[in-house]
Design a protein around this ligand. Sequence first.
Ligand SMILES: NC(=O)c1ccc[n+]([C@@H]2O[C@H](COP(=O)([O-])OP(=O)(O)OC[C@H]3O[C@@H](n4cnc5c(N)ncnc54)[C@H](OP(=O)(O)O)[C@@H]3O)[C@@H](O)[C@H]2O)c1
Length: 439
Amino acid sequence: MVAPLKVGIAGLGTVGAEVVRLIEQQSRTLSSRCGRPVRVVAVTARSKAKKRGLDLHGIGWAKTPLELASDPSIDCFVELMGGAGEPALSAIETALKSGKSVVTANKALIAKHGLKLAKAAEQFGGALNFEAAVGAAIPIVKTLREGLAGTAINRVYGILNGTCNYILTRMEQEGLSFAECLKDAQRLGYAEANPSFDVDGHDTAQKLAILASLAFGTRVSQGAVYVEGISSIAPEDLRAAAELGYRVKLLGVAVRTAKGIEQRVHPTMVPKTSSIAQVMGVTNAVTIDGEGIPPITLVGPGAGGAATASAVVADIADVARGIRALPFGRPVEKLRAIEKAPMERHEGGYYIRLMARDLAGTAATIATRLAEQKISIESIVQRHADGVDAVQMAGKAAPVPVILITYATSEDAVYRALDAVQRDKVISGRPQVIRIEKN
Ligand SMILES: NC(=O)c1ccc[n+]([C@@H]2O[C@H](COP(=O)([O-])OP(=O)(O)OC[C@H]3O[C@@H](n4cnc5c(N)ncnc54)[C@H](OP(=O)(O)O)[C@@H]3O)[C@@H](O)[C@H]2O)c1
């Protein structure tokens, strides 16, 4: 009989408890799929006394994560505590340095210290698997690292934060404000009491930095991601987007451009017909544009104990099978440094919503200012809230929304044109600008 893979798990919360359950429930299947049994032999958490609904009979309890990581009786250390620093960092380093393989779901840690840990894995011969760190149950890490190892990747983009997608979906479907939907998300447990990490785009940025490294062979760098959240999105933007054939999603986009790799997180208009536009609620999705193949979109649950445990156990199964891929698909020393792409050089289509003061003169002024910057307009919608045709409002004081969709242009040009329009004093307030991502 082949020796079992002996697993130690640090962290028995939402994910850790499900991992213990899943390994128990799937023990026969895992054994036949991996060619050897997988056994949890020791665990640890902050409180030994806490009721977790788990049968830990016959499983050892380590006093600390570090003690578990250095336990010579385990082959694979599974880190499910979270946090970008201690004790997860030292525990993982200790496990790797003693030649063990490591599985983690910790995106914060991988985004910050992934390269250092990957180097230790390379040096000491263990695996460092982190499938659950991005998109939970969606096997996106494996797809980029292994499934598409022979394909040049041009772009990878996705909905990587369920909280934001839930908020945008409710705003669109029910015409509610951002604040109302955020409150509901908090009540339902989809958003934290301090929601900034999610709604300001930082959670998406951590995941995108990991995906960009896998896709483009760049060093993981959260600091090189341009980040903008969803709090400025208004229900009227979602209504206008729908009328023009678009939906608004918070996307993380990593794309190869003539000027280098661009990594950005921001509210994005996507064509209603695209696969990514169909993804509603807390669901996540990632689309990959590979050279010579049509886009591949993976859709699934991006959070939750069971969904995340599914990916963690798959990573453990790889260790049991003896499969060891380089953590970022290439040796760490071959990964290239990446700079933050200046967004003023970004090129694409734009949605612009302006509140026009004097419509008769304004339309011509706006058109002139855009033309001066060589910006072509794909479509324009002018209307008054009560349905009166905008042109009839000429000369009236009440501002009127004017919505423009541009053809591809540079961000620099858009803001130069809008600055000029603002100096002309024909609009009130700040224009709303949303980038468009075409499929
Ligand atoms: N939840 C999700 O949907 C999800 C999705 C994808 C990825 N992840 C990632 O999975 C990881 C775990 O998330 P989670 O939601 O399961 O977190 P959680 O419910 O808060 O559980 C954390 C666990 O770690 C233990 N722990 C925390 N600090 C510790 C310490 N200093 N020493 C020993 N044990 C410690 C806690 O012990 P006690 O129970 O005794 O307090 C708890 O069991 C995180 O990296 C997270 O980003 C989670």
